[in-house]
Design a protein around this ligand. Structure first.
Ligand code: ZN
Length: 306
């Protein structure tokens, strides 16, 4: 039984995950971006309560966290939105509290490991996991191993440049995949292009755009076409670069994947002519809203469970 900890910029989720990837209990709490020690106390309390609720003892703890982390040293990196957590070691601190082994990964890598081990990416040795929501992130599995860059760095698939004349991104470039194809980009496109009198304009969200498109709303359908085009370009780049067995798609925007898939496949078919792109399966993630939590547990199995 693994205690799973998913640390995000606004909330921390904790759960107990069994050896088949089932979540037995879960809790969550807001993240205090400045107070790391308090954060560890809150995580420890939630782990104890979740374990008690599930009636189990913890045999290890896995952590998936937003932002750059050093998975080997078990420390937070330069996490923009958690300034008080920079350089701290939740691996060391939670191991001291619970006297079990603890492993840490970036949350995109954690989710990729979960889909590769227990989800839609099972039996795929070359798999790329992509999540499209308020941002775009992911993780890369090559030959069954999590791909790590220099110093264990996590590649940032969301910051590949798709259109250098595109919107500014926090990373320093313009027209990153994330700035053109994450949920907020779909909203921005609609706000810029819908007629002034467009009825659904006030407070529109990516989810609402997808709902309207399903009902045949012409403006929403245009926004969806535009979104699918940019999703397709980023995925086509990944296929040209990695020729993976499968790309597993996840995240809130991908809950409406049927709206986008034909156009995405069209873009890939047009531009990926020198690789066997048809053999790369585009598939939907199968672990649902608990993916990050399940991923955190999978991090432990990946590190220690062999
Ligand atoms: Zn960027």
């Amino acid at each position: 039984m693994i205690g799973a900890v998913d640390i995000g910029g606004t909330k921390i989720a904790v759960g107990i995950v069994d050896n088949d990837g089932n979540v037995l209990s879960r809790m969550q709490s807001p993240t205090d971006p400045d107070r790391y020690e308090l954060g560890i106390e809150v995580i420890a309390r939630m782990l104890r309560e979740s374990a008690a609720k599930a009636g189990v003892a913890l045999s290890g703890i896995g952590i998936g966290s937003t932002g750059p982390v050093d998975p080997i040293r078990g420390e937070f990196g330069d996490v923009d939105f958690l300034p008080g957590w920079r350089g701290k070691s939740p691996v060391k601190d939670l191991a001291e509290v619970f006297n079990v082994r603890v492993a840490l990964e970036n949350d995109g890598d954690a989710a990729a490991l979960a889909e590769a081990g227990w989800g839609a990416g099972r039996n795929r040795t070359r798999m790329i996991y992509i999540t499209v929501g308020t941002g775009i992130g992911g993780g890369i599995i090559l030959d069954g191993q999590l791909y790590r860059g220099v110093d264990g760095a996590h590649p940032e698939v969301g910051h590949q440049v798709i259109d250098p004349a595109g919107p500014e991104c926090s990373c320093g470039f313009r027209g990153c995949w994330e700035s053109l194809a994450a949920g907020p980009a779909m909203v921005a496109w609609l706000e810029a292009h819908a007629p002034a009198a467009y009825l659904h304009r006030p407070g529109i969200t990516a989810q609402k755009i997808c709902e309207l498109a399903k009902e045949g709303d012409a403006v929403a359908l245009q926004a969806v076409e535009h979104e699918a085009h940019y999703l397709g370009l980023g995925l086509a780049n990944l296929i040209n670069l990695f020729t993976p067995d499968a790309i597993v798609l996840s995240g809130s925007v991908m809950k409406s994947a049927p709206l986008f898939l034909d156009r995405i496949r069209g873009v890939i078919g047009r531009g990926c002519r020198f690789v066997p792109a048809k053999k790369t399966q585009l598939t939907l993630a199968s672990l649902g809203d608990d993916t990050n939590l399940i991923g955190a547990a999978r991090v432990w199995h990946y590190r220690f469970g062999k």
